[in-house]
Design a protein around this ligand. Structure first.
Ligand code: C2E
Ligand code: CA
Ligand code: CA
Length: 688
């Protein structure tokens, strides 16, 4: 048996045998073991133990609810730190009958230095059964119940409240973290209302969120007006709610507000600006070529770049400015402004900041951005309109070469409407088969014979007549219709080539391929399968691609070209000279001809050295040089003199329907053409 010396002042008055024989039950508990370590005889009887040994061997853990256990723990700490004692009304069962006891609880040192709890149980026989039950219930519920007088001085706290707030004398004001919460309660209660609110409170364990209900009542013993507060801890719920709200309103990557937040909070900001007669600018910042950064350097680098740009943009903000990430690589900044000149400076600063080199992961990057600006109220009065116009202005900035900014103007809206209507029209045109192929002959510079023809698409519009590809190729690409139309072109060109061949003009036909088609993984197979249906052999088809399609970093153009070559197609590089003009590259690819862009031929005199360089290159690597857009006899004469192989142009013929192309190839027509064109190579005559 462990002896626990009772060391307080009472020891001086009572010997252990006195305590043992005291009629008031008295016991000491080791809270950590849930066992009694000392009890007097009255306590032994109260706990209905045969002997003290039997009592000390009992484990009380199962009899102590979690609420009571945590409260006792609190008492132990509080009595150890500040010598406090606590009183509770308990129901105990001596001889199996319920009996009320006023139990005084205080800390008590154990032989090994730890602190136990000492219980002194005073029978309280005056209690009514209802009182006993309610006191018992109060002991066990985790809800805090407290009573204050109307000045906020404490009258009563149930054990849970005592445990939560520690200080029995804590006033009503003292518990609220925010003065406004306290004021709200007091005001409501004074008016006789019941007030319920989730507030932050200062507890013994730090700041917590409590749902508190307060209402007016009377203090039983005095009959004075009082208020009663019941409260439960909802911190976990509140934190979850805060997290959900955070996730709903913030972008996880950059920590900026997200589009959801913009949609729910910006309308109010616009309303305030409207009432205050304030002008706002909405600036949508979009990174240039972000997609290819993501694709070439990987998504983690893309993400790091977005974070970097987000922090740059944040640095540029004034206190009252707003910023959010709209999604992808687009951010919106909203601020008030006085003059557009001020905005010019702001945009230039932003673009320069984004353009400066930064270290992202293992890469040194310098991003470019485009900015679309929309002014409130001039360019729109509500959020959806303003954001839509931002989008148009941003696209305008991108169309203007990127790394720049553009203000919204109504023409952009008209263009967007026209584009939408064009896209709708095109979908119909694809369904109705409104496209036709025209052919422009490609002619041998020396012999003036048609050696091949380029298929050029036309749209036979039911109302507008013949529409040229410059008006609709972009829209076909944007809508993805280009794939269906591309298949049709292969089919049509293949069949037309067969017709030509059957009629004795077995010349190859060139078809133009858009980057969207070229970059699809099934491009070559689709082309081969489509052509096979027409029975046109691949070596009667030349594929025209532009220089920029060779340079894509993310995409292996060379292997596609090798596949095409293996399948028997010839390959021409179209519009040569307008793109990267990397002559060294050309040798690495299985290319059969270079088409010198019309812009050079147009200025043949000024550009003669460049054209000559291209012509020499072609000769060097053994491919044909084709001059595009030849309109004058002088141009042709120059080309002949400088040994250009072939040409295309209005001089010989505009693109024409198939029947007309066949006419152009009749021997009589070719003889007539030859007689019209210069036979001489005497440059003196031409340039004189
Ligand atoms: P491109 O491939 O460079 O085609 C040559 C363009 O120059 C054609 O315009 C042709 O009519 C025009 N042209 C030919 N000779 C002369 C000339 O002497 N002077 C002038 N000023 N122009 C001349 P078109 O037919 O309007 O086609 C424009 C562009 O549309 C083509 O440029 C090509 O990039 C694209 N395109 C045309 N048909 C197709 C097609 O079937 N598929 C794809 N993907 N693109 C096509
Ligand atoms: Ca072409
Ligand atoms: Ca061309």
């Amino acid at each position: 048996m462990t002896r626990v010396p009772l060391e307080r002042s009472d020891k001086k008055i009572f010997s252990e045998s006195d305590l043992m024989s005291l009629s008031m039950p008295l016991w000491v508990m080791d809270l950590d073991q849930s066992r009694l370590v000392w009890a007097n005889d009255a306590a032994r009887k109260l706990w209905q133990a045969e002997s003290l040994e039997e009592l000390y061997s009992r484990n009380f853990e199962a009899d102590i609810s979690n609420t009571v256990a945590s409260r006792l723990e609190h008492y132990r700490t509080a009595s150890h730190e500040s010598g406090q004692t606590f009183k509770e009304l308990w129901t105990l069962y001596p001889e199996g009958k319920p009996c009320a006891y006023q139990v005084q609880i205080s800390g008590h040192p154990l032989p090994d230095g730890r602190i136990g709890l000492r219980f002194e149980a005073n029978p309280d026989s005056n209690r009514l059964p209802e009182q006993i039950r309610s006191a018992e219930a109060l002991n066990h519920i985790p809800i805090c119940i407290s009573l204050y007088d109307m000045d906020g001085e404490p009258l009563y706290k149930n054990p849970a409240a005592l445990e939560t707030y520690g200080d029995a004398m804590l006033t009503l004001r003292g518990r609220f973290v925010k003065r406004s919460d306290y004021d709200k309660f007091v005001r409501g209660i004074r008016k006789g209302r019941s007030v319920t609110k989730i507030c932050e409170v200062q507890t013994d364990k730090g700041k917590r969120w409590h749902e508190i209900t307060g209402r007016r009542c009377f203090d039983g013993p005095t009959g004075q007006a009082a208020c009663i507060l019941t409260e439960s801890d909802v911190t976990e719920l509140k934190e979850k709610e805060n997290r959900v709200r955070y996730l709903a309103h913030y972008d996880m990557l950059t920590g900026l507000h997200n589009r959801n937040y913009v949609n729910s909070h910006y309308p109010e900001m616009i309303e305030l600006a409207f009432r205050g007669n304030e002008r706002l600018v909405f600036m949508v910042v979009g990174l240039d070529h972000f997609k290819s950064i993501n694709e070439t350097l990987g998504h983690p680098t893309g993400d790091a770049l977005l974070k970097h740009v987000a922090s740059l943009l944040q640095l540029s903000l004034d206190e009252d400015d707003h910023i959010a990430r709209l999604g992808g690589d687009e951010f919106v900044i909203v601020r008030s402004f006085r003059s557009t000149a001020e905005l010019d400076v702001c945009c230039q600063t932003l673009l320069a900041a984004i353009n400066s080199e930064c270290c992202v992961g293992d890469h040194i990057l310098s991003a470019n951005a485009s900015i679309g600006l929309v002014l409130f109220p001039e360019h729109g009065s509500d959020l959806p309109t303003l954001l839509r116009h931002c989008d148009l202005a941003l696209h305008d900035a991108k169309d203007s070469g990127r790394n720049t900014y553009r203000f919204y103007r109504p023409a952009l809206q008209q263009a967007a409407l026209a584009k939408r209507s064009l896209e709708k029209d095109l979908a119909r045109a694809v369904e109705n088969g409104e496209f036709v192929l025209y052919y422009q002959p490609r002619v041998d510079c020396q012999s003036q014979k048609v050696v091949s023809a380029e298929a050029l698409m036309r749209w036979q519009h039911p109302e507008r007549g013949l529409v040229f590809p410059g008006e609709f190729i972009g829209a076909l690409e944007d809508t993805g219709l280009i794939h269906k139309v591309g298949d049709w072109i292969v089919d049509r060109a293949g069949r037309d080539q067969r017709t030509l061949s059957r009629n004795g003009y077995n010349i190859p036909i060139s078809i133009n391929i858009s980057p969207r088609q070229f970059e699809r993984s099934d491009f070559v197979n689709r082309l081969k399968a489509g052509l096979a249906k027409t029975q046109c052999p691949a070596d009667c088809i030349e594929i025209e691609i532009t220089e920029s399609m060779l340079m894509g970093e993310t995409f292996d153009a060379k292997s596609v070209l090798m596949d095409l070559c293996r399948a028997g197609f010839s390959i021409a590089v179209d519009d040569f000279g307008t793109g990267y003009s990397n002559l060294a590259y050309i040798q690495e690819y299985p290319i059969t001809s270079l088409k010198v862009d019309r812009s050079f031929v147009n200025m043949i005199e000024e550009q003669s050295s460049v054209i000559n360089l291209i012509l020499s290159l072609c000769r060097l690597i053994g491919i044909s040089a084709v001059a595009e857009g030849v309109e004058t006899i002088d141009q042709l004469a120059w080309l002949r003199m400088n040994h250009c192989d072939q040409y295309q142009g209005f001089l010989y013929s505009r693109p024409v329907p198939l029947e007309k192309l066949q006419e152009l190839m009749t021997s009589s027509h070719q003889l007539m053409m030859k007689s019209r064109l210069p036979a001489t190579l005497d440059s003196e005559v031409i340039w004189a």
